[in-house]
Design a protein around this ligand. Sequence first.
Ligand SMILES: C[S@@+](CC[C@H](N)C(=O)[O-])C[C@H]1O[C@@H](n2cnc3c(N)ncnc32)[C@H](O)[C@@H]1O
Length: 254
Amino acid sequence: MESIYSFPHYYEIAFSYRDIPAEVDVMEEAIAKYSKIPVNTVLELACGNSPHMLELIDRGYTYYGLDLNPTMIEFAQQKAASKNCEAKFYLADLTDFKLNEPVDFLYIMLGSLYVGNTEGLLSHFTSAEAGLKQGGLYFLDWCIDFEPLSHTVDSWVMRRGGITVNTRYTTRLHDAAEQLYEENILFTIKEKGAERTLLHKGMRRAIFPQEFMLAATKLHNFEFVGWWNDWNLQQPLGEGRGEIVRPITVLRRR
Ligand SMILES: C[S@@+](CC[C@H](N)C(=O)[O-])C[C@H]1O[C@@H](n2cnc3c(N)ncnc32)[C@H](O)[C@@H]1O
């Protein structure tokens, strides 16, 4: 079965449940509160179709995206070109990348911190610290596994322009000692009376909160700023038993 990442226009529909301007508001709120430098350049890691790109460019930022999938990058490039916007892209792996120049703000969305093992996590932070200016923020959307990933099941339906995409997201434990989970993202697409399915099947190493902290703040040059529930800087994570949904985390480059 073909991968969801070979068909960015279906990917874009499937994940269009996000309120992009509201999310960019939260990113700007974090910048205003916690960044020690002014922000002109932003880099999205694992940018895919670059959902926040146009909104960021509209607000005056220079956007860079980085992804290892050329089809996703091409789609994002065309999206920028169709609005006469300028954006630059790196075809690279987030576990080992080198930028022409460090940026002022780094971010990564939808739990896309895909590393296959501990070495990948550490080399990611080595690349990230080199790619971000001192005092700049690294903003992460749901990349830390605050709860075990065993048997996660989620599904939702999105529609746009006569196309319906039904997404089913599942994870299951593959190797407990290596913290490896198999991740499946299945699209069932209905378009012009026909149905097709696309699948992403991958292995992800879970990243638990305190090892994230250790890797970022003790082994690399980041300081911990905070983590919050549900994209809300008024809801710090901590004690309590409420559901953790779409947590965000902010680090600052030392
Ligand atoms: C869930 S999508 C996120 C796309 C987009 N940032 C968003 O918010 O919707 C994950 C993206 O990560 C990319 N990706 C996966 N592993 C990667 C890696 N090791 N380095 C760079 N990109 C990677 C995939 O190609 C895909 O475009």
